[in-house]
Design a protein around this ligand. Structure first.
Ligand code: GLY
Ligand code: MN
Ligand code: MN
Length: 440
């Protein structure tokens, strides 16, 4: 099984972006920098998400330029040159000839020549689209190219006069997923679900959290999703109350719940799943009551995901169910409406119910438009991840609840009819989890 994006998909995106650009403009997008991990070794390179979205190109040391209407090609790439010696040490390079042949570039140059060539591409263009402030070094280089032209103004050069934010258009495009992207997201969701199932099956008291992390990440890699989309969280017992717990070094004890928040990146698209289950395979009565409440809130939130509803509707639904349930369990006291209004639930539920998902795990796209919550439309993809976290030190609540941390997270696509959960391959009712862990 291998699903990949076709180069036509990237061409369609560039065309769409070019159509939105103001007349006589140019867009510049650089990929990410390689980062040193320790002496002579680097972190695994990951291209910049915007750069990848427009090019499909995954080598470091590259810059993409869109120059609408340019006679010698609108899609210009600067990339590392082929170099036999360097390729023997560090791997293959496409070189300018490779991006012309394989990536749809219409003109291509060695990245080392960019300082000589880019001012010429800017010349006579009135507006530059660029993500200012993302990378200070690259900001300086862009200013340098513009200043090169300014220095030549007296000999007739016309430097651009306006810098425009590229993110505005590009991130709106990224918010709406195409059919081809949905295929990748579906695969990412299925692989991540398989990994969670595997970790649940493997879990037992006495294992260490990192051993479950290993089960998860081995399953990702085994299915071709070689990297997690974010650092895997395996929190047993009260560690589940720490939202971004990534130490993953504790031993699972009998009676613990285990919270795993893990998702793979498949062909650059993220999955983001959380499940919480008992280390021993059986929920205690108190754990099950909190679990059922979180699940009810998640289902209520998912029921709000449909075109026409706004971004905050799922969160509001989750907050209502959680607050009401906490009052019924005696964990919160007071009037439900007032507790919602004043945020009385926040001691136990301190994050939002979701975020956009895509090439970035916390994906781009505005949550509000002109001060109002964004209206959901088909093709948007988001997580739904309510939780309850009852601190082990909270002496205000009965002892049976203390140290319980539960989150349930799925990835949900807005469709014309409503929504579709793409991570449904991992069980989430308490009964289904117990059955799976019992080997049924
Ligand atoms: N795993 C990061 C998140 O759930 O937002
Ligand atoms: Mn998550
Ligand atoms: Mn998430």
């Amino acid at each position: 099984m291998s699903v990949k994006l076709n180069i036509a998909e990237f061409a369609r995106r560039r065309k769409e972006l070019i159509a939105m650009m103001e007349p006589n403009s140019i867009a510049i997008v650089a990929t990410a920098e390689e980062k040193i991990r320790s002496r002579d070794t680097h972190y695994h390179f990951r291209p910049d998400s915007d750069f990848y979205y427009l090019s499909g190109f995954v080598e470091p040391g590259a810059v993409l330029v869109l120059v609408p209407g340019r006679e010698h090609g609108e899609f210009v790439m600067f990339v590392r040159e082929r170099d036999r010696e360097k390729e023997i040490w560090d791997g293959y390079r496409q070189g300018p000839e490779g991006v012309l042949a394989n990536y749809g570039a219409e003109d291509a140059f060695p990245i080392d020549d960019i300082d000589e060539i880019l001012p010429g591409l800017l010349e006579g263009r009135e507006r530059v689209y660029y993500s200012l402030g993302r990378d200070p070094d690259f900001d300086r280089r862009v200013m340098g190219w513009i200043n090169t032209l300014r220095a030549k103004e007296r000999s007739g050069a016309i430097p651009p006069g306006e810098l425009l934010d590229l993110d505005h258009y590009l991130h709106d495009m990224r918010l709406f997923k195409s059919a081809a992207e949905v295929k990748l997201m579906r695969t990412a969701g299925q692989i991540a679900a398989d990994a969670h199932v595997r970790a649940m099956r493997a879990a037992k008291p006495g294992l260490y959290e990192y051993q479950l992390q290993a089960e998860i990440e081995h399953e990702f890699a085994r299915q071709g999703a070689r990297f997690p989309a974010y650092a895997t969280i395996v929190g047993s017992g009260a560690n589940g109350c720490i939202l971004h717990y990534i130490e993953n070094e504790s031993r699972l004890e009998k009676g613990d719940l285990v919270l795993i928040d893990a998702g793979c990146e498949y062909q650059m698209y993220a999955a983001d799943i959380t499940r919480t289950f008992p280390a021993s395979g059986k929920f205690t009565d108190a754990q099950r009551r909190i679990y059922d409440l979180v699940l009810a809130s998640q289902l209520a939130a998912i029921a709000e995901i449909k075109p026409g509803n706004h971004w905050d509707a799922p969160h509001a639904a989750a907050v209502r169910v959680l607050t009401q349930g906490l009052v019924e369990l005696g964990i919160l006291t007071g009037d439900v409406e007032q507790l919602i209004e004043e945020g009385g639930y926040r001691e136990f539920y301190m994050h939002r119910t979701g975020h956009w998902l895509g090439i970035d795990v916390h994906d781009v796209g505005d949550y509000k438009v002109a001060g109002n919550w964004r209206i959901l439309e088909p093709g948007m993809y988001m997580t739904v991840e309510p939780g309850l976290y009852i601190s082990p030190d909270n002496t205000e609540v009965a002892e049976q609840w203390r140290g319980i941390g539960i989150r349930i997270e799925d990835d949900v696509l807005v469709t014309a009819e409503g929504c579709e959960v793409l991570t449904g391959g991992v069980p989430k009712t308490a009964d289904a989890i117990e059955a799976l862990m019992a080997g049924e």
